[in-house]
Ligand binder design. Structure first.
Ligand code: ARG
Length: 447
């Protein structure tokens, strides 16, 4: 039996009938549909519609229709009582919220694994240094750990966005009916509690048409994918022979069918590419809801697949990047070497003059001239003689050369959030605590 055939005298066009079904993809919501139906059935019992005996005893249009049919097959006509006082509009809203909530709980653990893998590498990097770039030009030396911690911040922010999204998603639409509220006085608090929701939604019109939770979820995942793509893009760059900072792990690389010497960063390239899919999912959802009048419209059925697609893509990707991070090799010697050349100590040199009372604009000018001289001579700043330097500015003195070493330059950035080793050490510890807290989140998985 169809869920709505009573009013119709003509059968549906068979092609349309097949085309409009969502069961092909919404069947993955089955566990949530069952949990939500159980909560609804319990509320019906309390409202006196289903007796305890009835309660103790499935070519479906969608997952809701499927469950009702299956129930009728198993327990007879009583099964058709299940839909009393409810609508598929509130059911799909509930099922999707449960799906998003479970996915967030899974993701928080996967993000913790990923962040912890980065943190282990940061820990292992010790005092190894590398160049930091601005405009992709060598700017200042930083600790490798400091660079890795920059990525940690991005992913920890993603985790807080997911946690925030979870709060708004975790309200129960059951009892909202089709649009105006259930036609029975159901115990909405009890249904919400049974499903682990923080409480019932406040407005039936909003609850049946709202997909903000899906949008926030997918937008957050698209931002996470964007962060992964930035990381992948930089790792690809650093793995090229021109940089040589990163040696690609063979288990996560592929060869070329044509050029025998090649080892290609396929994992990183696909990670960079996946961001496009995630952004597409977010744009699909935004476009679906844009200008949509209240309340439920069948357009909303199209919000399901982008949510599944986005969750699947990230849930599959995070363990792979974690595996990659655990096995990739950093070439410390090359990074250190790159960090020690290219005049990245020029700012430290200017700071040295400033400390001797030279106004910073003039110190900048003087060191700029010293750099130009060193470029002309094909040497580093440290190799210029004191006489050459003093000809540029009289404040250069005997202590100058000893302030230009890598360790001195790193230590100079002695501010929380900066690359001085003592601050990086603290930052590492702080990030560890925030990563561990992701796992501590209460898990109410319905799967
Ligand atoms: N399969 C539908 C969806 O995903 C369920 C809700 C159908 N509601 C309706 N009024 N036809 O949106």
């Amino acid at each position: 039996m169809k869920m709505w055939s009573g009013r119709f005298r003509e059968p549906l066009d068979p092609e349309f009938e097949r085309w409009q079904r969502s069961f092909a993809y919404d069947q993955r919501l089955l566990p949530y549909e069952l949990a939500a139906s159980r909560a609804h059935a319990n509320a019906l019992e309390h409202a006196g519609v289903l007796s305890s005996e009835e309660l103790s005893d499935p070519e479906a249009e969608d997952v809701h229709h499927f469950v009702e049919k299956q129930l009728a097959v198993q327990i007879g006509a009583t099964g058709y009582k299940l839909h009393t006082g409810r609508s598929r509009n509130e059911q799909i809203a509930t099922d999707l919220r449960l799906f998003v909530r479970d996915s967030i709980d899974t993701l928080q653990n996967l993000i913790a694994d990923w962040v912890e893998a980065i943190l282990s590498r940061a820990d292992a990097a010790g005092n190894a240094a590398m160049p930091a770039y601005t405009h992709l030009q060598p700017a200042e030396p930083v600790l490798v750990a400091h660079w890795l911690l920059a990525y940690v911040e991005m992913f920890l922010r993603d985790a807080t966005r997911l946690a925030d999204c979870r709060k708004r998603a975790n309200l129960c639409p059951l009892g909202s009916g089709a649009v105006a509220g259930a036609t029975l006085s159901l115990n909405r608090q009890a249904m919400a509690a049974e499903l682990g929701f923080d409480g019932p939604t406040a407005n039936s019109i909003d609850a049946t048409s709202d997909r903000d939770f899906a949008l926030e979820f997918v937008q957050t995942l698209s931002l996470l994918a964007l962060h992964l793509s930035r990381w992948a893009g930089e790792m690809i760059l650093f793995s090229t022979p021109a940089y040589g900072f990163v040696e690609l792990p063979e288990p996560y690389s592929t060869g070329s069918s044509a050029m025998p010497q090649k080892k290609n960063p396929d994992l990183l390239e696909l990670v960079r590419g996946k961001a496009a899919r995630l952004m597409g999912c977010a744009v699909t959802l935004e476009t679906l809801v844009k200008g949509l009048p209240l309340a439920y419209n069948k357009d909303l059925q199209e919000t399901q697949e982008p949510v599944f697609n986005a969750a699947d893509a990230i849930i599959a990707m995070l363990p792979l990047v974690t595996g990659f991070m655990n096995t990739v090799e950093f070439n410390d010697a090359k990074m250190n070497q790159a960090a020690s050349s290219g005049f990245m100590n020029a700012w430290a040199a200017a700071a040295y003059l400033v400390e001797r009372g030279v106004p910073s604009r003039l110190a900048h000018e003087a060191v700029g001239k010293a750099v130009a001289l060193a470029v002309e001579r094909g040497c580093d700043l440290q190799k210029l003689s004191l006489a050459d330097l003093q000809a540029i500015h009289p404040s250069f003195d005997a202590g100058f050369h000893s302030c230009l070493g890598l360790t001195e330059v790193l230590t100079l950035h002695d501010v929380p959030g900066g690359t001085a080793p003592r601050h990086v050490k603290r930052a590492l510890q702080n990030a560890r605590e925030r990563a561990a807290a992701l796992r501590a989140v209460e898990q109410t998985a319905t799967r």
